[in-house]
Write a protein that binds this ligand. Structure first.
Ligand SMILES: [Zn+2]
Ligand SMILES: [Zn+2]
Length: 351
């Protein structure tokens, strides 16, 4: 098999040839055809998350130690099955749910693998991921049938769409005139707008600093768009019922939290980095909520896939590039040059 691996954090990924693994027990070997490139790949590539105040969280502390294969948006074809696998056949196309927990603890048994702390096996985070011709999946229950959905778009559902969907599920009850801000209109924000539309939210304010992303947000269904660098941004946003922060920087947090109406809610899922410093009394006096959201559950992914099958999710622009351009794709994403998502095509590389 071929994989593109981090050999040294921050340095270009290297193309490596290795023995293709053989699935055992309940494992399934998937031949990857599409792998989405995600913003959080950039942090793993760098080797750390910025916690603000000069502090960092190093990804090696959660088991991501080079050489390491990035990629948590695998889509492909079932190639081989362990002896105990049931319910899936060789040759079937499947989307892989990557937020795999230990499978044994109480949260995993309750279907919340993404909250597992007793041995998570997140693909591309602390297990070999999707920037490869093959990926090993611990159990067929993590494979989702996406027939009828474009393969490249399907690959992005397991991260960006399910993240947006799970974040949107944490919004407060909305009245018909309530405005909801989407902070950051990159790949995640655009699918977030689509998820909000599918949930019946009418008044979405797309917020970004890049005119191209704001244009994409307007096209994707935001009723208003706002350049957050404008001096009137805070004023323009004041009174929103909720904000979904897909950036997660001190600036977007200050803007989103500051603009909430009483009883409003700020949901953060962006991992840009930094720290939140906010006066405490107004959090109580304004009865606002500050909620974190991280990816989503397998059940939520199935709901997202059902929405996409009914054409209720509008795909953000998806650009498919050959797998050999993985490094360029990461560089372009880092430089903010990508509108929507890039998905790597591994089909031509299959070895
Ligand atoms: Zn992601
Ligand atoms: Zn668990």
């Amino acid at each position: 098999m071929i994989s593109y691996q981090i050999v040294e954090h921050g340095k270009p990924l290297q193309k490596l040839y290795q023995q293709t693994p053989k699935p055992a027990g309940t494992e399934v070997l998937v031949r990857v055809t599409r792998a989405g490139v995600c913003h959080s790949d950039l942090h793993i590539w760098d080797g750390y998350f910025d916690l603000g105040g000069g502090k960092r969280f190093y990804v090696k502390e959660r088991g991501c130690v080079p050489p390491f294969t990035l990629g948590h948006e695998p889509f492909g074809v079932v190639e081989a099955l362990g002896s105990k696998v049931k319910g899936v056949k060789v040759g079937q196309k499947r989307l892989v749910y990557p937020w795999i927990g230990c499978g044994r603890c109480a949260v995993c048994r309750a279907g919340q693998d993404n909250y597992c702390v007793s041995g998570s096996r997140f693909l591309g985070v602390n297990r070999a991921g999707a920037y490869a011709t093959h990926v090993l999946v611990p159990d067929p229950k993590y494979l989702v049938d996406t027939s009828g959905i474009d393969d490249a778009f399907a690959s992005t559902l397991a991260c960006s769409a399910v993240t947006a969907y799970s974040a949107a599920a944490k919004l407060p009850a909305l009245g018909p005139k309530d405005r909801v801000a989407v902070l950051g209109c990159g790949g995640l924000g655009l699918i977030g707008i689509s998820v909000l539309r599918a949930k019946g939210v009418k008044h979405i304010v797309g917020c970004d600093i890049d005119p191209a992303k704001l244009a994409a947000a307007a096209k994707g269904g935001a009723r208003e768009v706002l350049d957050t660098r404008s001096p009137e941004a805070a004023q323009a946003l004041a009174g929103i019922a909720a904000a979904l922060d897909f950036v997660g920087s001190p600036a977007t947090a200050a803007l989103g939290i500051g603009a909430l109406r009483k009883g409003g809610r700020y949901v953060i899922c962006g991992l840009y980095g930094g720290e939140l410093i906010h006066p405490l009394p107004p959090i109580a006096q304004r009865a606002i909520g500050i909620v974190g959201s991280y990816v989503g559950s397998l059940q939520e992914l199935k709901q997202v896939v059902a929405l996409a099958k009914k054409r209720k999710l509008r795909p953000a622009p998806v650009e498919t590039r050959p797998a050999d351009e993985a490094n360029q794709a990461l560089e372009d994403l880092k430089a903010g040059r990508i509108v929507g998502r890039v998905v790597l095509d591994f089909e031509a590389l299959a070895a």
